[in-house]
Design a binder for this molecule. Sequence first.
Ligand code: PZK
Length: 285
Amino acid sequence: MSEAVHVGSGKVRELYALDDHRLLLVASDRISVFDVVLPTEIPDKGRVLTGLSAFWFGRTRELCPNHLLRVRADGRSLECRRLEMLPLECVVRGYLAGSGWKDYRATGAVCGHALPQGLEESARLPEPIFTPATKAQEGHDENIDRERAAALVGAERFAELEQVSLELYRFAAAYAGERGIILADTKFELGVDEAGTLVLADEIFTPDSSRFWPADEYAPGGPQPSFDKQFVRDYCESLDWDKTYPGPELPADVVEGTRARYAEAFERLTEIPFERYLADPEVVL
Ligand code: PZK
């Protein structure tokens, strides 16, 4: 008999070691808003994220090998190859949002990429840019320029990370765009296997690792509505909550509306009914 050993926690995920070579990534139904995990869960959120991530791993294998071994029947757990993780968050931005917008407004640049003057919040960038960040143990990752990033992983590995990250983003952004979802930006974590090959890890192109915007509501010049979390944000903004722990309980209509948005994102992107995924998670591969 083998036992899964808990080896890490994210805000809404857990990581277990299955043996020396395999990990189990388990996505919970917890949701965070304004960086606070709420006491109310969104049923099946973890299954949507796991299914989407597995779907994208299946479709990007030719662009970059990945850590996925199999999807478990529960639909929320991925068995993965255990890698030596690189100490860099690989972020690609196609639009100016979040810390990218903040840095641009302050300096006219993001991670050393000089950008045209006069861009507004949420503007589409002339070209997607690679904007690496350091992994913070607590709090927010810190954006760094390419020199600092190259110093962390080596110049050759840095060049490889930038190229594969941009390629993956371009592929998924085009795919999502055809289905009415703007992939504003995304974050990857990569590792290296025993052979020294770069391997895509963690989760990819989920609403937790990327900004998904509904294309039909895109209106640059301010922040964009979130495809998945907007009902939760709007509800939380209607309270006099100070956005510190503990967060509020969500009412049933906000839970149901949010659950429907997650399922809609899954179905628009994969073109697979979410019920089919629940019955047989391997349909996404
Ligand atoms: C790994 N994390 C992030 C922390 C989570 C996720 N394939 C891999 N090999 C070795 N390590 C990792 C991975 C992956 N993916 C990922 N930390 C280590 C993390 C906590 C909970 F769900």
